[in-house]
Design a protein. Sequence first.
Length: 483
Amino acid sequence: MSAVLPVLVIVPLVTALAIALFARGSERVADVLCNVGTVVVVGLVFVIAGPVLGGTTLAWFTGGASPLGVNLGVDALSLLMLLVISIGCLAASVYSVSYMDSYTSKAKYYVLFMLMLAGMNMVVLGADIINMYVGIEVAALACYALVAYGLDKEYLEASFKYQILGTVGTLCLVSGIGLMYAMLGTVSFAEMAGMDAAGVAGIAVPAVLLLSGFGLKAAFVPYHAWLPDAHSSAPSPVSALLSGVFIKVIGLYGLMRLLFLVFAPGSTFSTVLLVLASLSILVGALLALVQTDMKRVLAYCTISQMGYVLLGIAVGTPLALTAALFHLVNHAIFKELFFFGAGSVERQTGSRDISCLGGLNSRMPVTGVTTAIGFFSVTGCPPFGGFWSKLLIIIAAVQAGQTGFAVVAAIGAVITIGYFLRYERGVFFGSLPDALRNVKESPVSMYAPMIALAVACVALGVAFPWFIEHILQPAVQAIMLGA
């Protein structure tokens, strides 16, 4: 079973090569190859799901001991992230079939798409921080190109800003990893977990560097400057992956691993994370409140919602971690759904300016209804998944004695309702402008993933006890391995 782990990286790479070699002259061949590749990855993830959820940790090693070898491993936390990555990428690849017709070469787009998938899988499969870092850079390089895929000035400028700040984050990560290796003598997660408290003391400098690097990758405030431009400029399926999957994998996942292996919960490091989480919740929500571009509203919403996940991680209790992972999954689903809806509206109307839209429920009913379901989840309406995850984060913060931060989370939830009510009213309700009288619903390949994600929003709310017990609690145990 361990032999499946490298295949999860190899399949996207081989698919990218096949698209580059055989699909340059045929967009339909590119569509098929990319979607087949993502389906295979999803299938492989489900193949390893049974043993991992049963308590087995899979590992695969070659090329020597860490940090020189290719060392891969998967536990319940890795599995959860693999599920988020693979299902998110499958939804985006199906959505891309029709959406990307108006862009340049779809074959080149799919090559970059599969490279990003390979990099993200490598991040969560890496059994040490070196292999994780390699995956981060592969995924990031592909993402820089995808943000600029439209080739207009706006896209190139956003990609350039992202590359500059991403490079700063990379330098912080490299420096932090090097210093941590010099101090601890290892980069292996398993070896870090076996150290006593004295073995990981006195590493404040690498802590700051790693926090800055992962913070930039995850776009927490004040590291968020690149995200609104990048997420709003990228093609909508890329925006959906950036917001729903990418920043969690290359930014938040590393923090989840290292916080409990190296930086003790309850320490100054955790306090800093609590402050960053609060800033992200409030600043992201307040900035979303004043945006008129649909995708910029969603981009700032991402900053705010990621603050909730970081808050749960920083509180660090089992309940808080369960709630944080639950909100991570909820956010991945409803944020992909929102960006797909925004892309659908932009493709059919030629605009994403909220002030120029309205009444689209009558012309695009599937997009309107599915986006409304995402609205109920992100704003925390029962019984949708987002309600339970936000509620559990607030309860966990109060139980841990962090009442002030719980109040911040509650205030952020109220502001979220405000800007999404404005979003829904401005795009889907009210009177339909005359210029949009002939607008039609998007093609089935675009709205089918939206329906699937909307169903998932409802299902997670209804079946959340089962999901917590069978999927999230094993992942929490994996996070707390080094606590």
